[in-house]
Design a protein around this ligand. Sequence first.
Ligand SMILES: Nc1ncnc2c1ncn2[C@@H]1O[C@H](COP(=O)(O)OP(=O)(O)O)[C@@H](O)[C@H]1O
Ligand SMILES: [Mg+2]
Length: 363
Amino acid sequence: MMAFISPDKGKETLSSSPSDAARDQLPWVEKYRPSDLDHVLAQPDIMNTSTQIECLMCLVKKFIEQGRLPHLLLYGPPGTGKTTTANAVCCALYGAKWRSQGSVLELNASDERGIDVVRDQIKTFAETRGLQSNTMGTFKIVILDEADAMTSAAQNALRRVMEKHVRHVRFIILCNYASQIIPALQSRCTKFRFSPLQDGDLELRLKQVADQEQVQLTPEANQAIVRLARGDMRKVMNVLQACAAANSNPTMAIGEDLVYAVTATAHPRDLDAAFTILLQESSIRMAVLKTEKILQDNAMALSDLVTALFDRLCVYEIPKEIRGPLLKAMADCEHRVSAGVNVHESIQLRALVGAFFQARLQA
Ligand SMILES: Nc1ncnc2c1ncn2[C@@H]1O[C@H](COP(=O)(O)OP(=O)(O)O)[C@@H](O)[C@H]1O
Ligand SMILES: [Mg+2]
């Protein structure tokens, strides 16, 4: 595990912001983004998937030292440090001012990235000489952020560009799911899997940033933020900043209620109540009405309720005759809701309530 960034170090490593005033205006996600590989937190299981031995940061540093940076494919859930790592690699290669040097082409999902972009923009960038010298000779970097959004035709075109220009250009491909990247590209890259950060790391970082921004949180609020983030550091930063902005009385510590309010999530006690209703209410009609009311009162989507119920089903002691069918019912419900049938959420809610009643009959 890498050492945690100390508050002062955090300030120092913010290369992209020229002055304190400019930096203060950045969202905290950017303000506290480490710019240096040593300060990117490596989870014990960010491994190179082919070696499974060395941690990502050590390996990337070794690549840079030896002047043998391969194409990289960094994948994993949001807020785990993929973009930060790609930026830190550029910083290690070209120095803190890498963005203004023209050695890096950054493309993300908001840019058009069809086959034409690969043919034109990336190829032009790759073919243009006038390379900056860096610590390992002369090559440029293309960062393809959120590459799962690229069409497979564009990925196929990229394959040839990658091969043709490998002497002058390295690609860093970032995505949530490696499976969305065509095998031919995957096999040209060294792959690293990022996993959700550990709660302890999120908590420590949360406390450091809160201290630095002079935001006070109750221990319950701290815990709530970490729990809601589920390993996503971006969410921690955004929720903290939203709470700080929403706190009407900055002399008072932020409590957990504000955390739930700004994230539009239900308080655990309401989720417990929903869970109890589904397991114990004797009338289906009442169960539907009560659950609907909880959803409405908390402005909650059904998919959030399903996720919360799922957590409870995993933790609480429930006979396996009930747990099994319920897990399947929830997975189905979650699938249907996420597949875009939100307009019929009330039908899905009834199906879920029905599944609970059916499971209870089997116990
Ligand atoms: N491993 C990490 N170490 C330190 N900070 C992190 C890490 N992962 C994410 N963060 C923080 O969370 C925010 C989002 O990180 P980012 O690298 O953009 O995530 P993503 O994996 O979605 O690309 C940044 O502000 C960054 O400071
Ligand atoms: Mg990213």
